[in-house]
Write a protein that binds this ligand. Structure first.
Ligand SMILES: [Zn+2]
Length: 159
């Protein structure tokens, strides 16, 4: 993202230093717009997860910013907690915005699970958009894409 921005400023600054014909200028403008268009597309398809904030207390792990994840993922907090609990195979409990897990877990463990969650519970299999919702029909969960309308069976087990 930062790289794309640098490129654009570079073109912008060369505009100030060189005389360009109208055709060249329009060509440049188009190239800048293409670049900006690309950047927009990239940032909307790449899913930004919050940074995991973990604290340990004895043999317990607290995910202090747990509530941020269901919000960004647009999924039921109970389902997200259930997913983490099942994947870690330990009991878990919600305490306000925090979540408590039995045993010590590294922040990377959470990050990895959330990345898998995005792949298995969020990403449209057709267009890779994370803008999806889960629909349950006869106890089978489907993923409905709000971007392309595709309906696919959910990869994840804990929906
Ligand atoms: Zn889609």
């Amino acid at each position: 993202m930062g790289f794309g921005f640098l490129n654009v400023t570079h073109i912008g600054s060369s505009l100030c230093c060189f005389l360009v014909t109208k055709a060249e200028y329009e060509n440049l403008l188009k190239r800048i717009q293409d670049k900006l268009g690309d950047t927009d597309k990239e940032s909307s398809t790449r899913f930004e997860l919050p940074v995991v904030d973990v604290m340990w207390e004895g043999q317990k792990t607290f995910l202090r910013n747990f509530s941020e994840f269901p919000k960004v993922l647009r999924r039921d907090p109970d389902k997200v907690l259930q997913y983490l609990s099942k994947e870690f195979a330990v009991p878990a409990e919600r305490l306000g915005d925090k979540a408590m897990f039995i045993g010590r877990r590294a922040p990377d463990d959470f990050t990895r699970l959330f990345q898998i969650y995005v792949k298995d519970y969020l990403e449209c299999t057709t267009c890779k958009s994370p803008d999806t919702k889960i629909l349950k029909e006869n106890r089978i969960s489907f993923l409905i894409c709000e971007a392309c309308g595709a309906k696919s069976t959910l990869k994840g087990k804990y929906a």
